[in-house]
Design a protein. Structure first.
Length: 476
C-alpha cells in the first residue's frame, strides 16, 4: 500500500494549539520517510489515489465546528478513496462513536491521547496493507488498546507532538500548556482536553533558544489557559509572568508573541515584563462578555473591571497595541442591556477586533439546559453589530499607523501570488497587521520567515482584500 508516491494529508480545524500539533505530527511522518501535505482540500480538489492517510485535527467549541469536521471527513473520503481518515482533537474526544459510524475507513483517537499519534509512522511504515480497510482495522486496534488503559481527564504525552522543525509555518508556535481546571458553564473544551498540564520551564527556554539559533525571528506562545501555567525553575514555582521574563533573559533577539491572555493575570508585574521591545504589541484577551451578570452565569473567574484594568495596563506598556478578544453572543438570559454593556466595553477599552461567536449549547455543560434562550433573530442582530464594530475599529486602527514603519515577518511561500506584472507577498507586523506588499517580477523578493521593515500605506478595500491581508504596505 505504501510506495514512493504515498502521501499523508493533514487538515486542521480550530485553535492555534491544533495547528502546532498537526505540524508536529506531520514532522513525525516526514522524519519516517513519508510525504506530508497540509494544504486544505476543497470541493474543487482533484481525486488523489496516492493519499493513503488523512489526519483531521478537530474542534468542538460550537456545533458548527463539529458540522464542519463531518463535512471535511466526507470530502476526504470522496477525494482520497484509497485513504484512511484518522480523526483526533476535541470533537474526537467527545464524539468518538458518532464519528466511527460515518465510514469503515474512519479511525478515531480522542484529543487527550493525540500525542500517541507520533508513534504511528514507525508502526505502519514496514507493514503491508493491500487495501485501506486493513489499515483502518490495524489503526483502530491500536487506538482501542490506548482507550483500555487510559485515565479519563488525563492528557497523555501532552507535548510529544511539539515540532523541532517547522515545515509549513514561517512563524513557529510553541505549546507550553494544555487543558483547563476552570468550570465555565458553556465550555466543552475543558471536557475534551482534560486537566491543566504545563511544559517544564527549562524545556520551554531550551526550545525557544533552539528556534533563535535556527534563525527564527518570532515564536508564538500558545496555551489553553495561560493563567494556569505552573512549573519549577531552580526549586521555585514559576507562573507565566516568571516564564516570560526567563525567556527574555535567556535569549537575545527572538521576538515573543502571546497567543491568548486571561484578563485576571494582567497585573503590574506582567505589564512590566511585556513592556520589553521583544514582546510583540498584539494581545488576544479571553473576555466573552462585558456584563458582570453574564460573566457570573458563565462562571468566569473575573469581573469586567479586570478587563478594563488589563487593557489599561497593556496600553501603558505598549502604547497602541492591537487588542483582540472573544465574545459569546446570545448566552442564555443575555439581555439588551447586557449586550449594550459589551459594546461599551469594546469601545472604551479600545479593542481592535472581536472574534464573535453565537452561543452554542454543548452537551455535557451546565449552560446546555440554561434558560431563557436568546432567539436566533436577536443573536443575529447582535452578531451584525459586532461585525460592524470590527469593520470600523480595524480600519481606524490601520489608519492610526498610516505612514509609520513597523517590523514584520514575511509569511510562507504559498501565500505569495503572481499577478500579471507583479508579485504579491504577505507579511505580519509586530502588532498583527496583515500586510500585502507588491513587488515587480524582477525585484528581490524577501524569503518566508524574513524580518523586514514595512511602511503602512492604508487599509485595503473589501474588493482588494486577498487572503488574510487587509493592509497595503511597502518596504521601508
Amino acid at each position: 500500500m505504501f510506495n514512493s508516491n504515498s502521501k499523508i494529508h493533514f487538515e486542521t480545524l480550530g485553535c492555534k494549539l491544533n495547528q502546532v500539533e498537526s505540524e508536529g505530527l506531520a514532522t513525525c511522518f516526514v522524519n519516517a520517510g513519508f510525504s506530508a501535505d497540509m494544504k486544505p482540500m476543497t470541493a474543487a480538489s482533484r481525486v488523489d489515489n496516492d493519499v493513503v492517510l488523512c489526519f483531521i485535527n478537530t474542534c468542538t467549541v460550537t456545533a458548527k465546528a463539529e458540522q464542519k469536521a463531518r463535512r471535511i471527513i466526507r470530502l476526504l473520503l470522496a477525494k482520497c478513496p484509497q485513504s484512511v481518515i484518522v480523526v483526533t482533537g476535541c470533537y474526537a474526544q467527545l464524539g468518538r462513536q458518532e464519528l466511527l459510524a460515518m465510514d469503515e475507513r474512519v479511525c478515531v483517537l480522542g484529543g487527550q491521547y493525540k500525542g500517541r499519534l507520533g508513534e504511528i509512522p514507525e508502526r505502519i511504515k514496514n507493514e503491508e496493507f493491500d487495501r485501506p480497510q486493513k489499515l483502518s482495522a490495524f489503526l483502530n486496534g491500536i487506538f482501542d488498546s490506548i482507550y483500555k488503559v487510559a485515565t479519563p481527564g488525563k492528557i497523555e504525552s501532552p507535548f510529544k507532538l511539539l515540532p523541532d522543525n517547522f515545515i509549513h509555518h514561517s512563524r513557529p508556535s510553541l505549546k507550553i500548556q494544555d487543558g483547563c481546571n476552570c468550570v465555565c458553564t458553556y465550555c466543552a473544551i475543558r471536557l475534551a482536553r482534560g486537566h491543566s498540564v504545563s511544559l517544564d520551564a527549562g524545556e520551554v527556554i531550551e526550545r525557544v533558544q533552539k528556534l533563535e539559533r535556527d534563525g527564527h525571528r518570532e515564536v508564538v506562545i500558545t496555551t489553553v489557559n495561560i493563567g494556569q501555567y505552573r512549573s519549577k525553575w531552580q526549586d521555585k514555582t514559576v507562573d507565566f509572568t516568571d516564564l516570560l521574563d526567563l525567556i527574555l533573559q535567556n535569549t537575545n533577539s527572538i521576538h515573543i508573541r502571546i497567543s491568548s491572555l486571561y484578563p485576571e493575570i494582567v497585573d503590574e508585574r506582567l505589564a512590566k515584563v511585556i513592556a520589553d521591545e521583544r514582546v510583540q504589541s498584539h494581545f488576544h484577551i479571553s473576555v466573552q462578555s462585558g456584563s458582570d451578570d453574564v460573566l457570573l452565569k458563565m462562571k468566569r473567574p473575573y469581573k469586567i473591571e479586570a478587563v478594563y484594568r488589563a487593557c489599561r495596563l497593556l496600553k501603558q506598556a505598549k502604547g497602541n497595541p492591537f487588542l483582540a478578544c472573544d465574545i459569546i453572543v446570545g448566552f442564555p438570559g443575555e439581555t439588551d442591556r447586557d449586550f449594550e454593556l459589551t459594546l461599551s466595553m469594546l469601545k472604551e477599552c479600545g479593542f481592535t477586533f472581536v472574534h464573535a461567536f453565537p452561543f452554542s449549547a454543548r452537551p455535557g455543560t451546565e449552560a446546555y439546559k440554561m434558560r431563557p434562550m436568546v432567539p436566533n433573530s436577536i443573536a443575529k442582530l447582535r452578531m451584525e453589530a459586532l461585525e460592524k464594530f470590527n469593520e470600523e475599529s480595524k480600519k481606524a486602527y490601520i489608519e492610526s499607523y498610516q505612514g509609520q514603519v513597523l517590523n514584520a515577518i514575511t509569511e510562507t511561500v504559498h501565500n505569495a501570488r503572481v499577478f500579471k506584472d507583479r508579485v504579491v507577498v504577505h507579511a505580519v507586523t509586530e502588532n498583527f497587521l496583515h500586510c500585502r506588499l507588491d513587488f515587480s517580477k524582477d525585484a528581490v523578493i524577501p524569503q518566508p520567515g524574513s524580518l523586514i521593515q514595512v511602511r503602512i500605506r492604508r487599509p485595503l478595500s473589501a474588493s482588494e482584500v486577498s487572503g488574510e491581508s487587509d493592509t497595503l504596505a511597502e518596504l521601508a
